[in-house]
Structure formats: structure tokens, C-alpha cells
Design a protein around this ligand. Structure first.
Ligand SMILES: [Zn+2]
Length: 152
């Protein structure tokens, strides 16, 4: 499976999934690729093509070439686990845990009622939605933080 970042002549960006590059070239040549937003068949490939190899990794250097990077699902899983652990450590070291008070605390900081600081905690989808509507941006992190700071 190969994923191309594509855009149409109206500059709509979208992703196209193809069996391989030949299949993409064939579909493009026969105008079988169209923009999901406006239906335009004038499609360009944008330079940052990404590729995911869904075949089992044959060898460490298998399927790698200079054009694009290829990773196996196993590698993605490992990298994302390491990545999540890094974020988790960073957040725990640099942010203050406020638990379920997060929406309240983040609002206080946003409206200048509390000192500005990095905080993290839990919020429901509804709470996040109303925070966003008030202009407070939050980032969801893919782990459940350990309540370290609370134990102090
Ligand atoms: Zn378009």
C-alpha cells in the first residue's frame, strides 16, 4: 500500500491510497483520481509522499530506498510506544497535574485569574468542546498520566 499526498488544481489537499506507484500512475493517466472536495481530475502529487509498507518486514534493509522511507507496522508500534513514553515523561516533569479540575484550572489561567503555568489533567469531550468554544486550546495526549504530583 502506498499513500500519496495529493492536491487538485483548486489547491484542495487530500491523501490517496494506492496498491503501488504503477497503479497510481495508471489511475492518474486515465483520470480515475479525483478530488473528494470538488471532483476535479487535475490532480498533482505533492512532494512529501509518505509510504507505509504493510507487508511483513523481509530484512532490515528490505524495501528501503533513497526516495522515501519505509516502515513496517511493528516499527510504527515500537516508535509510537517510545514516543508516547517520551511525551508522558516530558509532561510529568514539566506540567502540574490537576486531575479532574483541569477545565476549571485552565480557564482560570486563560482568564488571568491564576498564574500562568503548564497543567495537565482529565476533561470530558464536552468540557473540551466548551473550552475550545471559549478559545482555550488543549491537546489530547494518548496516555493516562500517572497521578504523580498528587502523591506529593
Ligand atoms: Zn478540489
Amino acid at each position: 500500500m502506498i499513500i500519496f499526498n495529493l492536491k487538485c488544481d483548486s489547491d484542495h489537499h487530500f491523501e490517496g491510497w494506492f496498491k503501488n506507484k504503477d497503479e497510481f500512475d495508471r489511475q492518474l493517466k486515465h483520470n480515475l483520481v479525483s478530488c473528494p472536495q470538488c471532483g476535479s481530475e487535475n490532480i498533482l502529487k505533492t512532494p512529501t509522499a509518505s509510504r507505509i509498507n504493510t507487508l511483513p518486514a523481509r530484512s532490515k534493509s528490505g524495501f528501503r530506498n533513497s526516495e522515501s522511507s519505509v516502515v513496517s507496522p511493528q516499527e510504527i508500534k515500537m516508535i509510537s510506544e517510545q514516543f508516547i513514553e517520551k511525551i508522558s515523561n516530558y509532561v510529568e516533569e514539566n506540567f502540574t497535574y490537576v486531575g479532574k479540575d483541569f477545565p476549571e484550572e485552565v480557564r482560570k489561567i486563560y482568564y488571568g485569574e491564576a498564574e500562568s503555568k503548564n497543567i495537565y489533567g482529565q476533561a470530558t469531550q464536552n468540557e473540551i468542546k466548551s473550552l475550545n468554544e471559549e478559545g482555550v486550546s488543549t491537546i489530547a495526549i494518548p496516555f493516562n498520566p500517572v497521578e504523580k504530583n498528587k502523591l506529593n
